[in-house]
Design a protein around this ligand. Structure first.
Ligand SMILES: Cc1cc2nc3c(=O)[nH]c(=O)nc-3n(C[C@H](O)[C@H](O)[C@H](O)COP(=O)(O)OP(=O)(O)OC[C@H]3O[C@@H](n4cnc5c(N)ncnc54)[C@H](O)[C@@H]3O)c2cc1C
Ligand code: SF4
Length: 610
C-alpha cells in the first residue's frame, strides 16, 4: 500500500453523500463547522448528465445500470441460513437489477421511486403498543407463533412524537408531497401539495370512504411544484413526463426527483463557496475508520480514483454509506461489538431484516376505468392509501388470530405510465416484437379495463438467525472481505396478507365496492413458500439504534455506543422496520437527529446517553 496522502484534520467527515450524508453536510456547514464529504462515485448533474443523449438509454440505465455502483469494485454475498455457502452477487440481473446500489452524490436517490410515508407510532413502539392492544399474554402468544426463527424485537429508543421535529426538518429539506389527512400519522404537514390522482385511484378512494376509512393521497418525493427549501435551494416541478413511472430506474432530467444532489449538497457547496468549509472528495472509496487506543475514531482512510491512499483525520465520523456497506466498514475497522449468531451476543450485524417482501396473498377485481387511464405520470404519485388496516388503528383488531403482528398501508391507483421500464418488465420476444409488441404495450399502458389487485404485506420480524457479517471467502477489488448477509423471509409478512385476504373480508369488501363483485378472485400464497434470493434496497436493522447497548449499535442520537465520535443514519439503523412505507422517509429524520447529536458532541465531547 502506498504512503497515505495526509490531509489536515476536519471537524466532521461525512462518508457517502446520499440521502443520509446530505443533511449532515448541510447542517454542519450551516453551523460553521468544517466538513469533508467523501463519496465513491461522481457528481451526476441532472442539467448535463441526464439530457436526452444520455438519459434515453433504457438498456444502459435499466439493465446495465450505468448510474449505479459497479459490482466489480465490491459486492456482497447472500445465503438463507448459516449452514449454506453464501454466493456473491455479480450482476444486476432480474429481478434484483432495479435494487442496484447507489453510486455518486445523491446515492440511490438519484433514480429511486420516491414513494414515501412516515412510520406510524406503532412502528416505533411495536412491543409496547402490541402489548397494550392484545395484553402481555396476547403478545407472548404472537411471539410463540413466530416461525422461521427466534424473534429479537425491540422498541425504538424514541417515540413517533420524539421524531416529529426531525421529520419536519427532513420533509422541508426534500420537499415532501402529500397532505396531513391520515388520522393515524399525527402532526404531519407536508410542504408540497399531492400529485393529481388517477381515475382508478378515485374509484378506490370512493370505495374505502363508503366503508368508513380515511384515504389520503400517496406521499411522494417527486415534487409537485417549483420549490425552495429551508436552505434556499430551489428546484423544478415534476412535469409528469412519465419517464420514471412504474419502476424506479430513471434519474430525472428536471431535478424533481429528490435526493441530496438537489436538496442539501448544493447548499453545503454554496456555503463552501462563501466560507470554504465544505470539501467534497468524489470518486473516493473509504476503506477504514481509524481508531485510537480508547476506541474513538481518529479519521478515515480512502482510495482515490488512481488507487492512491489518503488519510483524513476528523473529530467526528458520520457513516452514511448505506446498509451492509455501513456495517462492513465498522466490522473492518473494529468498531462496535460484532454479533455472534451462535451465542447471540454482540449487536453489529444483529436484527437484520429484509425491508421488502415476498409475493404474498392478494385479491383482484375487474374494473372499468374509461378510455384513458393516465398512461403517464411519475414513479410515486396519483394513488391513495389507507392506514385503517394497521395496528395503529384501535379498530383493526385481530385478537381472533394472534399468529402475527402488524398491518399494512394499503395503497392503490398510482400512475401506470412509463415507457422506459418496458425493458425490464415487458421485453420483446421472438414472437412478440415490432408493431405487435407496441400494440400489446398500448393495451397495458392505456387500458380501458384493468384488473385491480390489492395486497398487503406486514413487517418482516427481526430474528436471531438473520444477520450481517464479513464474508470469509470473497473480497472487494482491494482485498478486503465483503459483507455477507444471512437472511430469509419470516412467516409474519405472509400471515398479515393471509389474514387480510382469507382470514377476514377486509380486502374483498373494498374490492366489491370498487368493481364487479362477481369477478373477485383470490390468489393464496402459502407462508414461507419462497426464499430471499436478492437483497431489497431496504435492508434494515443490522446496525440498530436502541436503548440497550448490548443489542444495539447506536444510541438515540445515532451515536455509536462503543465509539462516541462515530454517528450514522439509514434504514439499516431502524430498530424495527415496518413494511408500511419504503423507508427513506423514516431514515431521513434519523440523519437530522444525528446532525443534532454531532453538534451536541462537538460542543461538549462525550457519550450523549450514559
Ligand atoms: C431502485 C430503487 C428504488 C427505490 N425506491 C424507493 C422508494 O420509492 N421510496 C423509498 O423510500 N426508498 C426507495 N429506495 C431506497 C432509497 O433509495 C434509499 O433508502 C436511500 O436512497 C438510501 O440513502 P442512503 O444515503 O442511506 O444510501 P445511498 O443512497 O446508497 O447513499 C450512500 C452513498 O455512499 C456511497 N458509498 C458507499 N460505499 C462507499 C465507500 N466505501 N466510500 C465512499 N462512499 C461510499 C455510495 O456511492 C452512495 O452514494 C429505492 C432504492 C432503489 C435501489
Ligand atoms: S415523471 Fe417527473 S420526476 Fe419522473 S422523470 Fe419525469 S419530470 Fe422527473
Amino acid at each position: 500500500m502506498s504512503t497515505p496522502i495526509q490531509h489536515p484534520q476536519t471537524d466532521v467527515v461525512v462518508l457517502g453523500l446520499g440521502h443520509m450524508g446530505g443533511p449532515i453536510a448541510a447542517e454542519l456547514t450551516k453551523a460553521g463547522y468544517n466538513v469533508v464529504g467523501i463519496e465513491k462515485g461522481p457528481f451526476w448533474d441532472f442539467r448535463t448528465d441526464w439530457r436526452q443523449d444520455n438519459k434515453d438509454d433504457e438498456w444502459g440505465i435499466a439493465v446495465e445500470r450505468k448510474f449505479d455502483h459497479p459490482l466489480y469494485i465490491s459486492t456482497f454475498t447472500i445465503r438463507n441460513n448459516m449452514n449454506q455457502f453464501a454466493l456473491p452477487v455479480r450482476r444486476y440481473t432480474k429481478n434484483i437489477q432495479y435494487h442496484a446500489l447507489g453510486h455518486g452524490v445523491g446515492g440511490v436517490g438519484v433514480h429511486y421511486g420516491g414513494g414515501l410515508g412516515r412510520f406510524s407510532p406503532w412502528s416505533y413502539q411495536p412491543v409496547t403498543m402490541t402489548k397494550a392492544k392484545y395484553g402481555d399474554a396476547g403478545y407472548n402468544t404472537i411471539l410463540s407463533n413466530v416461525k422461521g426463527g427466534t424473534p429479537d424485537i425491540e422498541d425504538w429508543p424514541v417515540t413517533y412524537d420524539d421524531m416529529v421535529p426531525y421529520y419536519n426538518q427532513w420533509e422541508q429539506a426534500i420537499g415532501v408531497v402529500g397532505t396531513n389527512q391520515c388520522p393515524f400519522i399525527p402532526n404531519a404537514k407536508f410542504p408540497m401539495p399531492p400529485h393529481p390522482s388517477t381515475p382508478y385511484a378515485e374509484i378506490f378512494k370512493t370505495a374505502v370512504e363508503s366503508l368508513g376509512y380515511t384515504p389520503f393521497p400517496s406521499v411522494s418525493a417527486l415534487i409537485s411544484g417549483a420549490y425552495t427549501n429551508q436552505y434556499g435551494v430551489s428546484r423544478n416541478s415534476c412535469v409528469y413526463c412519465g419517464w420514471c413511472g412504474g419502476l424506479c430506474n430513471y434519474p430525472c432530467e428536471v431535478g424533481a426527483k429528490t435526493s441530496s444532489h438537489v436538496s442539501t449538497i448544493p447548499y453545503a457547496l454554496t456555503t463552501a463557496a462563501g466560507k470554504g468549509n465544505f470539501d467534497m472528495r468524489l470518486n473516493s472509496y473509504v476503506f477504514r475508520i481509524n481508531t485510537d487506543s480508547s476506541g474513538k475514531a481518529t479519521g478515515v482512510e480512502y482510495y482515490d480514483s488512481a488507487g492512491q491512499v489518503h488519510a483524513q483525520p476528523a473529530k467526528v465520523v458520520f457513516n452514511g454509506i448505506w446498509g451492509f456497506n455501513l456495517i462492513r466498514l465498522m466490522l473492518l475497522s473494529g468498531i462496535g461489538n460484532p454479533y455472534d449468531p451462535v451465542k447471540h451476543t454482540g449487536s453489529l450485524g444483529r436484527g437484520l431484516t429484509e425491508g421488502y417482501y415476498p409475493s404474498t396473498s392478494s385479491a383482484s377485481v375487474q374494473l372499468s376505468v374509461g378510455a384513458n387511464a393516465y398512461c403517464s405520470g411519475n414513479a410515486a404519485g396519483g394513488g391513495y392509501n389507507i392506514m385503517d388496516l394497521n395496528e395503529v388503528n384501535p379498530k383493526y383488531n385481530h385478537s381472533s388470530d394472534l399468529s402475527f403482528m402488524g398491518g399494512v398501508s394499503l395503497g392503490f391507483g398510482s400512475y401506470i405510465g412509463s415507457g422506459p421500464n418496458t425493458f425490464t418488465t415487458q421485453l420483446p420476444s421472438r414472437t412478440n416484437f415490432g408493431s405487435t409488441w407496441k400494440a400489446s404495450l398500448k393495451d397495458s399502458k392505456i387500458p380501458a379495463k384493468i384488473t385491480a389487485t390489492l395486497s398487503g404485506t406486514g413487517p418482516n420480524l427481526p430474528l436471531l438467525e438473520h444477520y450481517a457479517d464479513l464474508d470469509p471467502n470473497y473480497t472487494d477489488i482491494y482485498g478486503d472481505p465483503g459483507a455477507r448477509i444471512t437472511i430469509d423471509w419470516d412467516a409474519n409478512t405472509y400471515r398479515v396478507s393471509n389474514y387480510l385476504i382469507n382470514g377476514s373480508t377486509l380486502i374483498t369488501d373494498i374490492l366489491a365496492k370498487m368493481g364487479d363483485p362477481t369477478t373477485i378472485k383470490k390468489n393464496t400464497v402459502q407462508e414461507l413458500s419462497s426464499h430471499v434470493d436478492w437483497w431489497g434496497h431496504h435492508m434494515r436493522g443490522g446496525a440498530r439504534t436502541g436503548a440497550n447497548k448490548n443489542t444495539s449499535v447506536f444510541n438515540k442520537y445515532m451515536q455509536c455506543w462503543t465509539a462516541e465520535n462515530v454517528f450514522a443514519a439509514g434504514e439499516i439503523c431502524d430498530t424495527f422496520g415496518d413494511n408500511l412505507t419504503a423507508g427513506t422517509h423514516v431514515a431521513g429524520p434519523m440523519a437530522y437527529l444525528a446532525a443534532e447529536g454531532i453538534k451536541m458532541y462537538l460542543a461538549s465531547p462525550g457519550p450523549l446517553v450514559s
